[in-house]
Design a protein around this ligand. Structure first.
Ligand code: FAD
Ligand code: FES
Length: 284
């Protein structure tokens, strides 16, 4: 087996794929909440992705990646047997796993994959798990079975009502609250606006919120400052201080502004890539 070889690739939806990668050293020490940085070639972009699962015996890690830009679209074209040039990690802080009582885990889009290891670890620590999965429409939902298996309460919310409750995860959380479901702590991973409004609602409902932040990252080791975020009025580096933070006082607006600073360049790079690789995209 080659280092960083893709041992299994499964397409979970049109744009989301699961990769099981041979990375024994990372598998040995991975913990819930941590991430790795993948590079396909030595000169390639460094892409942070969350560790969704790991198997010490097999020496494998599992990541789930949504194709949204040049590098992730390229990753989506890779096949079982191909190799990443490098996988750095595990990076970031593991989340504090303890018995909070009842923990809500709220995942939006590919954030559902990122919340799964946290939900599993919280369940193993004795928490009751309330899962709320959100997506724009039913066929964008992933890992429903895996999430349902570990949940004491399981709710789906889709924007168009094609599955579960019609509306957003905040609507589902309100409904649970109105039905008397008591929640002590909430863990949120998804698009920035979803995390902002879910954290705000949790504070109103007396739930302690935590959110995993996804700023643009470069080195992933606290040196470049690229991933800085504002939490409780202080500057933090998401790669070494996070990515999960207490979410009462995260400056989500600043995070949103910083992650969209290169949108024009990112769009142009994706268009160039798609033009040059027409034959490969779509054949994964
Ligand atoms: C700690 C951490 C964990 C992550 N875990 C996962 C994961 O498990 N699965 C997964 O699919 N993605 C994850 N991401 C997001 C992933 O790193 C980005 O989607 C990826 O870097 C985009 O690269 P690209 O070249 O394909 O797109 P780019 O050309 O860089 O960007 C394309 C579009 O995506 C947006 N974008 C760029 N970077 C990010 C980002 N960091 N977060 C959100 N939107 C972004 C841009 O605004 C742009 O609109 C994580 C990010 C961080 C920081
Ligand atoms: S990515 Fe460079 S400091 Fe965090």
């Amino acid at each position: 087996m080659q280092k960083y070889q893709i041992l299994n690739k499964i397409n979970l939806s049109d744009t989301i794929s699961l990769f099981e990668i041979y990375a024994p050293l990372i598998a040995k020490s991975a913990k819930a909440g941590q991430f790795v940085i993948l590079r396909y070639t030595q000169a390639g972009e460094r892409v942070p992705v969350t560790l969704v699962d790991w198997n010490k015996e097999k020496g494998t890690i599992t990541v789930i990646i949504q194709a949204i830009g040049k590098s992730t679209v390229l990753f989506n074209t890779l096949k079982t047997g191909e190799c990443f040039d490098s996988v750095a990690g595990p990076l970031g802080q593991a989340i504090e796993i303890k018995n909070y009582g009842t923990a809500a885990v709220v995942g939006g889009g590919v954030g559902i994959a990122e919340i799964l290891p946290i939900a599993k670890a919280l369940k193993a620590a004795g928490n009751k798990i309330v899962s709320i999965l959100g997506a724009r429409t039913a066929n964008l939902l992933i890992l429903e079975k895996e999430m349902q298996e570990i949940s004491d309460t399981f709710v789906i919310a889709t924007d168009d009502g094609s599955k579960g409750q019609k509306g957003m995860v905040t609507d589902a959380l309100k409904t649970l609250h109105e039905n008397g479901v008591k929640i002590d702590a909430g863990f949120i991973i998804g698009p920035i606006p979803m995390m902002k409004f879910t954290a705000r609602l949790m504070v109103q409902l007396g739930i302690k919120p935590y959110a995993s932040l996804n700023p643009i990252m470069l080195d992933g080791t606290g040196m470049c400052g690229c991933c800085r975020v504002e939490v409780n009025g202080e500057t933090k580096f998401a790669c070494v201080d996070g990515p999960m933070f207490e979410a009462e006082n995260i400056n989500f607006d600043n995070l949103m502004k910083r992650t969209s600073e290169y949108t024009q360049e990112q769009k142009q790079k994706l268009e160039e890539f798609e033009k040059n690789h027409k034959c490969k995209i779509g054949l994964h």
